[in-house]
Design a protein around this ligand. Structure first.
Ligand SMILES: [Ca+2]
Length: 256
């Protein structure tokens, strides 16, 4: 009994240690991103001109996203500086590239699971351009950082809907679960775990019992149990990562 107690305590301590460590790493990652590509300090003349030039855009965006005017100005500066960074190697670059945005999601929002990234980008912006507009930048970050469940449901479903027909058939579900298992626990048991999971999940989410998960099935099950939102793989940043990122520019707004 004494041994077991000590063992459990040790395991608990180890868990806390690991959690603390990963939180610290996350904060360090965000800090690094903020002093590098997402640094919002800027020459004050240039900053004033940039804000003035984009006044109307920001006023328009303010009505559509979960950011204040001042927060949007910070996001504008990040966008502008990323664009400028890119233009150093490609003078024709017109906006922030999807690749740069991917890097931001990776470093600042801890979205390190690559399996769904292409799908996530299609859901954010279907356009053929390699760049995203300031509008898309603000809309996507609004969803990731402060999105409501009602906003996240159609987004996640669009990510999962590989065939694009509004229905997750059994093989799509299997494919999604399998890649999510691989990224979590390695190739070995992924197939088997996915097969187990598919039964559990369909039982919970296939409300009309036709063997497929329609948008209606998905939406209603997620509204009933929000834990099911990312049942087929991570497509949003974790709360901790989102808060750490938000803190970096929502706390600094008084200095602008
Ligand atoms: Ca169904």
């Amino acid at each position: 009994m004494g041994f077991l107690k000590t063992f459990n305590l040790l395991m608990k301590a180890k868990k806390i240690f690991l959690k603390k460590k990963s939180n610290r790493q996350r904060r360090e990652n965000v800090a690094r991103a903020m002093s590098g590509p997402l640094d919002i300090s800027m020459d004050s003349m240039e900053e004033t001109r940039l804000k003035k030039r984009n006044q109307h855009l920001i006023q328009r965006l303010e009505k559509r996203v979960h950011f204040s005017y001042l927060e949007l100005e910070c996001l504008l500066i990040m966008y502008y500086k990323l664009q400028k960074d890119g233009q150093a190697s490609n003078p024709k670059q017109d906006g922030v590239t999807k690749l740069q945005f991917r890097e931001v999601l990776h470093v600042a929002l801890d979205m390190t699971d690559d399996t769904l990234m292409d799908r996530i980008f299609l859901a954010i912006d279907k356009g053929p351009s390699s760049c995203i507009s300031m509008e898309t930048w603000a809309m996507a970050l609004s969803l990731f950082l402060r999105g409501t469940l009602e906003e996240k449901i159609p987004f996640c479903f669009a990510v999962y809907d590989i065939m694009g027909d509004g229905i997750l058939a059994r093989d799509t579900i299997f494919q999604l679960l399998r890649s999510s298992m691989i990224s979590q626990s390695g190739e070995e048991d992924a197939e088997e775990s996915a097969r187990d999971m598919i039964e559990v999940i369909t039982k919970k989410m296939d409300i009309d019992r036709d063997g497929k998960i329609s948008y209606h099935d998905y939406r209603n099950s997620v509204l009933k149990n929000p834990m099911l939102l990312e049942a087929f793989g991570q497509c949003l940043p974790s709360r901790i990562a989102a808060d750490a990122f938000l803190n970096t520019f929502t706390n600094t707004q008084s200095t602008f």
